[in-house]
Design a binder for this molecule. Structure first.
Ligand code: ZN
Length: 316
């Protein structure tokens, strides 16, 4: 009998959940807007309700995995006021989400950062399968980074997830206010949300979406093209920094904004080559750059992967 787990992917814009078999097959799935403006209690209630619906259809679910935007503490299963969850009225603070769902569903439950989940999923079922050094960038509401080095998931100190999206590139840039409170973080330029916000100001079209800006660029709008040119420059600099730290063999992009990669990935590759070429033996560290092959389900599959790993640990 195939083991089944329930997985969540909690992001700033959407919540995905699904039932996944041990072989990685998704057999039931839902995707809804996160609607954090409804407040923490209402969103948590929705998360539990979704789970109960899946459990009524699949009572043989054995464990639960949650991939979530951070910051969070994966070991204790606690959300630490995720940057893109809070609203001005409602601060999330510490939420022991793994314990809440474990109590609600009476199943073992694990929490993992969504970008860490994504890189685990890429190495399990996606484009990272043949590599031992893989980095995933999730380009959505935020900029998430997940890294596997020498075959192991990279943690920061205190068993936390490395928040590499918040390395500051330009602390004086008042046009790039990040969700974390600082100015000039990589996320404040490279996440789909912040790219759209900054470009919307330049276009005098506040509220314009990433796909709409991409459409303008494809129709050769000069402001949109310039915005993507700046995006590829910043992306190449950020990748150079990540390459210095982690030496990935392959970097994979996922998240909703990765759909616009035709407008920045080739240019990023060229600019990254230039940056690395200037360094002694720098080109040797040039990784492959590509897209996730998991169809925006890397987080969901990664949640399943951590749930299955938890089951394995329990059954040992
Ligand atoms: Zn930040």
């Amino acid at each position: 009998m195939s083991q089944k787990v329930l997985s969540y992917d909690l992001g700033g814009t959407k919540i995905a959940a699904g039932v996944i078999q041990k072989n990685g097959r998704i057999i039931d799935e839902i995707r809804i807007p996160s609607e954090f403006h409804r407040g923490k209690s209402a969103v948590l209630k929705t998360i539990v309700e979704i789970g109960n619906q899946f459990l009524s259809r699949h009572p043989d679910i054995k464990a639960v995995g949650i991939a979530s935007a951070g910051p969070l503490d994966p070991i204790h299963g606690t959300l630490l006021s995720p940057t893109n969850f809070s609203t001005t009225k409602d601060e999330w603070k510490k939420v022991p989400i793994a314990r809440i769902l474990k109590t609600a569903f009476k199943r073992p439950t694990a929490l993992e950062n969504d970008a860490a989940a994504a890189v685990l999923a890429e190495c399990w079922k996606g484009a990272g399968q043949k590599f031992k050094n893989v980095m995933v960038l999730t380009l959505g509401t935020g900029l998430g980074t997940g890294v596997i080095c020498n075959g192991n998931l990279v943690r920061a100190g205190r068993q936390l997830h490395p928040e590499a999206g918040h390395i500051i590139l330009n602390y004086q840039d008042r046009t790039a206010r990040c969700g974390c409170g600082n100015f000039g973080c990589a996320e404040a330029y490279l996440s789909g949300k912040f790219f759209s916000r900054r470009t919307g100001l330049k276009l005098s079209r506040p509220g314009i979406s990433g796909p709409e800006i991409a459409e303008l660029a494809r129709r050769k709008n000069p402001i949109a093209l310039e915005a993507f040119d700046e995006y590829s420059t910043i992306m190449s600099v950020v990748l150079q920094n990540y390459i210095r730290l982690y030496a990935p063999e392959i970097v994979l992009l996922t998240g909703s904004f990765a759909a616009a990669s035709d407008l920045f990935l080739p240019q990023t590759r060229t600019k990254l080559r230039v940056l690395l070429k200037q360094q002694k033996n720098g080109l040797q560290s040039l990784p492959k750059l590509g897209l996730s092959t998991l169809d925006n389900r890397a987080g969901l599959l990664g949640g399943a992967y951590v749930a299955l790993s938890l089951l394995e640990t329990i059954q040992k």
